[in-house]
Every structure is written in C-alpha cells, then in structure tokens.
Design a protein around this ligand. Structure first.
Ligand code: ADP
Ligand code: MG
Length: 664
C-alpha cells in the first residue's frame, strides 16, 4: 500500500471513521502516519511478577488463572483477574468494566502495564492497561504513544490502527544523498510511533519536521522562480531629483530608513518585479520610505498606487504625500468609496482604500504598488490589487506592516518575499510612559489629564468595540457617544470632539484636521483611529476598558502618541478584577517594543492570531515547531538546492507534487 492512498482502503475504516479522521486532518495513509504522538506513557520496564515493586510502573506477561466480577456493598462492580507467570501470581483489578472478564478468560496469555498498589490489604495491579499477548505489543510493554484525539476517535483506537498500518506501507525515501544528515524516511515513520526511547523519537520527529518544512520551502522557492522567469517589470531608475526630494524633508532619515530605501531602489531598477515587505514598529517612519519609491516611479514617468485599510488612513496618506511631493510637481489623487478627488488622467499617484479593488481604470498600468498595514488585507485582496495593476508589465510591490516578524516566520511563510526592517525610531523620541489605572484611581487620573491639557497637551480617548465585528455597529456609536457626554461633564472647560466609523468621510476628516489644528483638546473615538493616524502634537492616549483589547492593538493605539520629541503618556483604564488581566496589562505597560508584546501575545494567544499566519493562506505547521530556527534554515537551504537542480532532485519534486495534489 502506498502513502498517498486514502485511509478508506484500510480494513476497519468505514465511512463514519473516514469522517472522524478527516476532523484530525487525516485523509491519506501518509496523513495517518504523520499523526504525531503528543506524548508518551513509559511502559517499557518489563519484569516478572516477583520483581514488581509497590508504587512502580511496570509490565508483566502472564496467563489468566481466574476472572470474575465482584459486587461490592457500595454497588460498585470490580473485575478481579488473577494471573500467573509460572513462578508467582498476582491479581489485577478494574472497576465498572464487566466486559473484561469475558475478554480475559482463563488460560489467555496477556500483557499488563500499570502500577503495583493495594486492593484492600492485598498487593494488586490497580487498573492496568491490558492486551492479549501476541508477540508485538501495542498498548503495553513499550514507550506507548498517546495521540491527539477527536470526538469518537480515541488515542487507543488510533494506536491500534497505526500499528496495523505501519508494516503494510511501502516507504521510499526521496532523499538519498549520502551527506544527508537526517535518518531515513522509512525509519522515521516507524520510530515516531514505536520508539525505544525519547532520543529515538526525537530523531524520527526531526526528520519528519524537516520534511514538512522542506515542502513549504519548495513551494516558496518555486513561486519565486516562477516570478523571476515569467514576469517583467518596468525598471525604475533614481536620479538626482530623488536626493533633492529626500533632502527637502523636514527631518534627517534614520539609518534604517536609508537602508530600506536603498534596498527598494536596488530592487526596482531590475526587470524582475520587486516583492518586498517593509516591517517597522509604529512610528518608525514607513511612509517616507514608501514615498521614496513612489517618487522614483514618478521620475520614470510611471504611476504609483497606495492602498490603505481605512478611509481615515488613506486620507492622511493623501495629505502627507501630496504635501511632500507637490513641490516636485507630483499630482496625487484620493480614491475612496465616497469618490475621487481630482481628474485621474493627469495623476501620478493614486491613494485609496479597498475601493481601489473595484476601479481597475485607476489602478491599471501602475509600476509601483504600496499596501500599507498589509495584515489588514487578505491574501486575495493583495493579489487582486497586483492583478488589476498589471498591464503589459507587472508592478513592483511594497507591502508594509507594524507587526514584528520573527526570523523563523520571515524564512517560512514570508519566504517568497524580500524583507526590509526599520529597527529604530527617529531620533529624539521619548519612551511613552504607560500606566494601568484601576477604578479607585480614575478621579485622580482625570484630574492629572486636566492639568496636562492646561499646559498644552492633546488627548485621545478610545472606547472599545462592543461586538466582534469589522464594521462599527449602532450600539458602538451609542457607547462612544455616552462616554463623550460623560467626559464633557468631567472636563467642562475644555473642548471635546467625537469620532466614530459611522460618520461620513467628510465629517471625519474635518474633525481630524481640526484636532490637528488644535481646535479640540480631547478627541473621543472608537478604535477607527487605531491604524496609522499621525497627529504628532497629541501626547496622551487614554484607552477605556483596556482589557478588551489585544496587546498588539494596545500597542498600535499607544503608537498614536509619542510621535514627536514631546513626552507622551498612555493610560489603560480597566475595571477588571481578574489577576491575569492585570498581569497582561502590566506587561503591555512595561514592554517597550512591538516585538516584546508580540512575544507575550505569542505565548498567551498562540501564533495564528498574531503573526498573520491565517491571513498568509498557509496552514499551521503540524509537525515542526515555529521556533526551530536552525531546522527552518536547513530546510530552506535544501529547498534552494532542489529548485536549482530539479533533474538531480526529481524524486523530491515528485513527492512534493503528490503532496500538493493530495486533498487537505
Ligand atoms: P509608521 O511607521 O507608523 O507608518 P509614519 O510614517 O506615520 O510612521 O511616521 C511617523 C511620524 O514620524 C510622522 O509624523 C513622520 O513625519 C515622522 N518621521 C518619519 N521619519 C522621521 C525621521 N527620520 N525623523 C523624524 N521624524 C520622522
Ligand atoms: Mg503607517
């Protein structure tokens, strides 16, 4: 039987079981054999009955002398099986399993694994694992694997099925070169289910992890190769005008901004389209890096497109980019669901929201694409923008994110991208002081805020989303309005404005630009301001019901202040009494960077949420671990060899293709 055949060909696996196995992600024989034990129970200590020791786990092989159900006064039924190994005898005891006496009848040779204890005053094996002796034991007498289960599929059932299947499959390793450092595939598959000791299991697990990672890396490498061979971009060459633009900025670029710009310029002068991810913490200055690319495209008489996840952010990018590029005769257009700001025929830069995805005319023939806060878009939306923009040639693509990318993730799920990182903030930024404020301290905190406003501070107050939903609901609007009314009473002498997602774009823009022009002291808002908003003079961020936010959202919100050289503060209000909430918020208060918070989120909420794995369209790893940098690196190097020498590694590629074609 072959690895890629469906599990339904196995004896005893009918339709009902096929359905249940599918729930565990098991469709083929190979999936079954790659269902890795989550832990082991060590029953490998085999002894004679005489050698049994009270309190120790051991395995004996013996013959059944008698088997009976005993009814206790309490109404409980006990199964008492007396066994002998010719030398000595002992009783094994179970409870409420009357069928056992029918299975383990007199004369049967059985294996028992368990702990020697007392039944009343007598020594006995209490509730041991048992199986009828057949030479090769499955549930007793070895390092017994325990598998992830699902409703109606026990670990024991899986163990039996896997043990029966192992000897029947043909496994032909697809890597045969002598220098290969991992164990043979056949041995790995056998030993991962039937290891003599933990080291043997580890070696088997490592080979199978390598395989899993290798397949992922081959996919990325093939994509990259396809991209190189089948797409062509307009080469965009910088001139002295670019230097003029960069020196016209009101600040000097940080070293990491300079190198990111250099990396982008290096890419876009080629005919191969750029596919680069720019990662940098909130406030690290990603926008001007993108502007440098946009301007270079303009110098080459080519159009650029920038897509942002919210209307407010698109509006802000439009304001910033037109302001810094206008002196160089660059014409910019804003396109949102509410319309287009100017004649697009003469426009060099189109900035917009998702609305761009429905306006091919605007996007077509762009040579340089920017997607800001890329994790806010799905893979499909990102691909669609690129597809729409593609004319005769493919555009260069720059995606940007504030989510920190751990090295291992960069090498795997983002393996087909080049990566640039802004790992420093502009000079002169001060650390944002963050405090967790319990109800008892609210009054004092509000008094302090009042004093800060008197000396010129501007304040954001953010209320949480009430329901999990992408769009803001009316309940949300009511909630934020109520808070707004309350704060007007708390701060009667200051001017307050209200902002929420249900407002018309024009209203939102007016409020934000008035806030920027200091017409308001306090802006009460829903999380619509979370991404990207840049109002450098605002220095206090108040987050209401902070426990409702994920740590990365808190970090994003906090990133709305501390965007100039002024000292900034973030206040996390919470009424929660839960100790774990307090610990989480205190951690958010202490952490300095998005990376630190990402690590905490990674521990408490797992990688799926945090790292954009779900959005990346690649499934979670089943065997390997995300933190195994060394193994990930090895699999990547090997995949490069495979893709570069496809003839030599045709068996690897054949295996890869079969795997791709298999259902999952
Ligand atoms: P983000 O990386 O979060 O998108 P932005 O591009 O919005 O950050 O930049 C944050 C703020 O820092 C903006 O007001 C921008 O003008 C300013 N800025 C960007 N680069 C520098 C720099 N090198 N020095 C000083 N201020 C900068
Ligand atoms: Mg930004």
């Amino acid at each position: 039987m072959k690895l890629h055949e469906p599990v339904s060909i196995l004896p005893g696996v009918g339709l009902a079981y096929v359905g249940k196995l599918k729930k565990l992600g098991i469709n083929t024989i190979e999936d079954l054999l790659l269902h890795i034990p989550s832990r082991h129970v060590d029953f490998s200590n085999k002894v004679s009955i005489r050698e049994l020791v009270i309190g120790e786990v051991a395995t004996i092989t013996a013959q059944v002398i008698s088997a009976q159900n005993i009814y206790a006064k309490s109404g409980k039924v006990f199964q008492v099986i007396s066994v002998s190994d010719g030398d000595d005898s002992i009783e094994a005891i179970w409870m409420r399993q009357p069928w056992i006496v029918k299975t383990l009848t007199e004369g049967t040779l059985i294996s028992l694994s368990g702990k020697l204890g007392f039944w009343g005053k007598k020594r006995a094996l209490m509730f041991p694992e048992y199986e009828i002796f057949s030479g090769a034991s499955v549930h007793t007498g070895r390092l017994v694997p325990v598998y992830p289960e699902t409703e109606g599929l026990t670990s024991k059932w899986l163990r039996r099925l896997i043990a029966k299947t192992l000897p029947l499959v043909e496994v032909d390793d697809f890597i045969t070169e002598p220098s290969f450092e991992f164990i043979n595939l056949k041995e790995a598959i056998l030993k991962v289910h039937d290891a003599q000791n933990p080291e043997e299991f580890e070696r088997a697990h490592r080979r199978l992890s390598f395989n899993e990672l290798l397949m992922l890396q081959i996919e990325q490498n093939l994509k990259r190769l396809w991209w190189r061979e089948n797409t062509k971009a307009h080469p965009l060459r910088p001139t002295d005008d670019l230097n003029d633009f960069l020196t016209s900025l009101p600040f000097t670029l940080t070293e990491s901004q300079k190198s990111a710009i250099d990396e982008i310029l290096g890419d876009i002068q080629q005919q191969i389209p750029m596919n680069r991810l720019l990662s940098g913490d909130v406030g690290s200055g990603k926008t001007v890096v993108a502007a440098a690319g946009i301007f270079t495209s303009f110098i080459n008489a080519k159009k650029s497109v920038l897509m942002a996840p919210t209307q407010i952010l698109a509006q802000q990018h439009f304001a910033t980019i037109s302001q810094i590029l206008e002196p160089f005769k660059v014409r910019t257009t804003l396109a949102t669901s509410e319309g287009i700001t100017s004649d697009i025929g003469s426009s060099n830069v189109i900035i917009g929201t998702h609305a761009l995805l429905f306006r091919e005319r605007l996007v077509k023939d762009a040579a340089f694409l920017v997607i800001d806060e890329q994790h806010r878009f799905g893979v499909k939306q990102r691909a669609k923008l690129a597809e729409l923009a593609r004319g005769e040639k493919t555009p260069h693509m720059l995606t940007m994110t504030a989510t920190p990318i751990p090295r291992t993730i960069a090498l795997t799920i983002y393996g087909d991208l080049e990566l640039s990182t802004l790992d420093e903030l502009p000079k002169g930024r001060q650390k944002i002081s963050t405090w967790v404020v319990p109800p008892g301290k609210r009054k004092a905190a509000e008094k302090w805020i009042g004093e800060q406003i008197k000396s010129g501070a501007q304040v954001f107050v953010v209320c949480p989303l009430i329901e999990e939903s992408d769009a803001e609901t009316m309940a949300q609007v009511k909630n934020v309005t109520k808070e707004f009314e309350r704060l007007k009473k708390v701060f009667p002498r200051f001017s307050l404005a209200l902002l929420h997602g249900r407002m018309k774009a024009r209203e939102k823009n007016k409020i934000l630009s008035d806030f920027k022009a200091k017409k308001y002291d306090i802006l009460v808002s829903t999380p619509v301001i979370e991404v990207g908003i840049d109002i450098p003079d605002a220095t206090i961020m108040v987050i209401e019901a902070a426990e409702r936010f994920g740590l990365s959202s808190i970090h994003q919100l906090r990133g709305r202040v501390g965007r100039s050289d002024k000292k900034s503060y973030c206040l996390l209000f919470t009424t929660s009494k839960s100790a774990s909430v307090r610990t989480r918020l205190e951690a958010a208060a202490k952490a300095k960077s998005g990376r630190e918070l990402a690590e905490i989120d990674l521990k408490t909420r797992g990688p799926g949420e945090l790292l954009g794995i779900r959005q990346s369209g690649i499934s979670e790893l089943k065997i390997a671990h995300w933190d195994d940098y060394e193994l990930i690196k090895k699999s990547r190097d090997f995949a490069e060899k495979v893709v570069a020498n496809q003839e030599k590694y045709k068996k690897v590629l054949a295996y890869y293709r079969k795997k791709q074609a298999a259902p999952n």
